[in-house]
Design a protein around this ligand. Structure first.
Ligand code: ADP
Length: 323
């Protein structure tokens, strides 16, 4: 099966700055694929290469089986793109602008504009220049989704959206995925993509350092756990338990245990209930913490999980991560 997005060895230089150092990607039809990385890691650059808004310094890229530079308007019509930085004609209203885009697309999308605007609480009568950042983002989302494209390429789609609208956005992504569309969405937060994405690629400093199933990634990121007991405990009781790392007891009170938990919580819970527990706190760790793990050395990330994408990116190994 031809991948919907295929990038091989993508390099992009901005003058003397190398933004991408050989990015490999393989996204299959029907995947909701997360593209995760901190700010400045090369997400927008990669996406702009996919959309032919930039041309690569070296390497190859194909979108829907076509080189973006050769695809022209026919290829663009099959893609819904939300750019990281939106710019609109200042004088039009949101409704006129979306109507204009629908006309450019041969009328496709006109029918859905109103429904999408309503779901996102976007007032179509307001001039684009008067819209807040969040409302501009809604216009960007409507124009990306309205023509029910085969491929959605969304660059930091939830930036500026309040939590309620983020939920609505996730619903839209799920619906598009259920209808068979392929979705490629970038973010700097694991939390943002984990509800909808299947596989995720992690990009850092212009290199894809890991590709994994989002659940496996979450399990590897783990949770930071704090337990407080009614009586003093020894760190040795917890240090060797499966899934428990960095177990430490606060020396100032002798009763507060902190640790990193990855995987099955039962061994830790069983050990904890030998004492009276007075406080339990567990927080999901974020993408930044995963990156810290990558720097920490061989003891850190567990072996990559399921990697069913056939491409070179899917073969990114822990060794590459740690290089
Ligand atoms: P992200 O989308 O992950 O935040 P970008 O792709 O925007 O990352 O940026 C990747 C790197 O390329 C950064 O170091 C950024 O400063 C640099 N960069 C991006 N756009 C330009 C540009 N137009 N000119 C020069 N450097 C750029």
């Amino acid at each position: 099966m031809t991948p919907v997005i295929r990038a091989h060895g993508l390099v992009k230089d901005y003058g003397r700055t190398r933004a991408l150092h050989g990015v490999d990607l393989n996204v299959q039809a029907g995947e909701v694929f997360g593209f995760l990385g901190p700010n400045g890691s090369g997400k927008s650059t990669t996406i702009r290469l996919l959309m032919d808004l930039l041309r690569p310094t070296a390497g190859e890229v194909e979108v829907l089986g076509t080189a973006p530079s050769a695809g022209g308007p026919a290829l663009r019509a099959r893609i819904g793109y939300l750019p990281g930085e939106l710019s609109f004609p200042a004088r039009m209203s949101a409704g006129d602008y979306l109507g204009y885009l629908a006309a450019l697309r041969g009328g496709r999308g006109r029918r859905r504009t109103g429904e999408l605007a309503e779901r996102l609480s976007l007032d179509l009568s307001r001039p684009l220049r008067a819209l807040s950042k969040g409302n501009k983002q809604k216009v960007g989302l409507v124009q990306a989704f309205m023509h029910e494209p085969e491929l959605l390429v969304l660059d930091e789609p939830t930036s500026g959206l309040d939590p309620l609208l983020q939920r609505e956005f996730l619903l839209l992504v799920r619906e598009a995925g259920a209808a068979g569309a392929t979705v490629f969405l970038s973010s700097h937060m694991l939390q943002e993509v984990e509800e909808v994405a299947g596989r995720v690629a992690i990009i850092r400093e212009g290199r894809v350092v890991d590709v994994d199933d989002v659940r496996a990634l979450r399990a590897r990121a783990g949770q930071q756990v704090l337990l407080r007991f009614a009586e003093p405990v020894a760190p040795a009781e917890f240090a060797g338990l499966p899934g428990v790392e960095d177990a430490a007891v606060d020396p100032s009170d002798g009763v507060t245990l902190t640790c990193l938990l990855r995987g099955d919580p039962m061994p830790l819970l069983t050990a904890a209930t030998r004492h009276r527990v007075v406080r339990w706190q567990a927080e999901d760790r974020e993408l930044e913490d995963l990156f810290l793990d990558f720097y920490r050395g061989p003891a850190a990330p567990a072996p990559p999980g399921r990697q069913d994408g056939p491409g070179p990116a899917a073969g990114a190994t822990e060794r590459e991560v740690l290089r």
